[in-house]
Write a protein that binds this ligand. Sequence first.
Ligand code: FE2
Length: 343
Amino acid sequence: MHKLLKLTSQLILSTLLMSTSIASEVNIYTSRHYDSDDALYAEFTKTTGIQVNVISGSGNALMERLKAEGDTSPADIFFTVDAGNLWRVQKEGYFKSINSKKINDIVPNNLRGPNDEWIAIAKRARVVFYNPDNTSIEELSNLSYEDLADPRWNGGIAIRSSNNMYNQSLVASLIANHGIELTEKWAKGLVANFIRKPQGNDRAQIIAVANGEAKLAVANSYYVGIMLSGSAGNDQLEAAKKVKIYFPNQDNRGAHINISGAGILKYAPNSHNAIKFLEFLLSERVQRYMVNLSFEYPVLENIEPHPSIAQFGLTFKEDQTSVADYGKYNLNAVQLMDRAGWQ
Ligand SMILES: [Fe+2]
């Protein structure tokens, strides 16, 4: 978590950039917490000559900053994770429509905000993790998110707290499909099945499954890729080796999909460069590069995710529920989780 906003200037000044000077820049506000993004920015500068200035911070801090800056904000792009967060930025009126045929052709409707004000750059699935030593694949047959509320999983489920946006978006997707009443009933059943009061992040839930504490964990797909890479230490690597992904709802609407995404800000001084940057992120080469570093799924269909994610399956069915619904029903989701006793 970034406590302070920090301005990181990419100092890759090519001869071309120097000759085109200040006009060739794009300013990105980002709450993504991946070191790999820095390499992306450098690559964009190398390819286009456009300098990338990055301000990174928490979503809330960046929103406050946008508010304070008003129409004098230098921000061109807001780059963040979870459709729920992008929705919040849109609701404040900070975005404008992204006008690019290229982008329109690439990003499916269900992975965009209203009026095309934000778009997916990469996808992640919020899936079920299990340890085959403790839970057989037969036990999971046709498992759905809805089934997680079944008493047969009593004392078996690990999931993080309700103040986490990933969970709020999952619940919002259930509201979009079943309405508030049924989803609340479901949430109560799910809470009754928790192995413990929600604690820790997504990786902590995966670890609980790896060490046999929980039968099932709900977490984002890319975390197992990060853990398997070894970059997070040996304990996480060993835990990740023990678990497998189960993609829920394969016999109906599909596994819950969320996004990393971006929008262009209303007062962007470099809109043209901003569109170029988003098109760059959606190019084949960069999609491949990006998902190899972040372990997410690409938006471009003909690209494969990193092999350590691909090993769990490439042809799973994805829920086509519009990610914009996660924002639309966020408040309902938060209130409902509270009523259900989801801490
Ligand atoms: Fe994450």
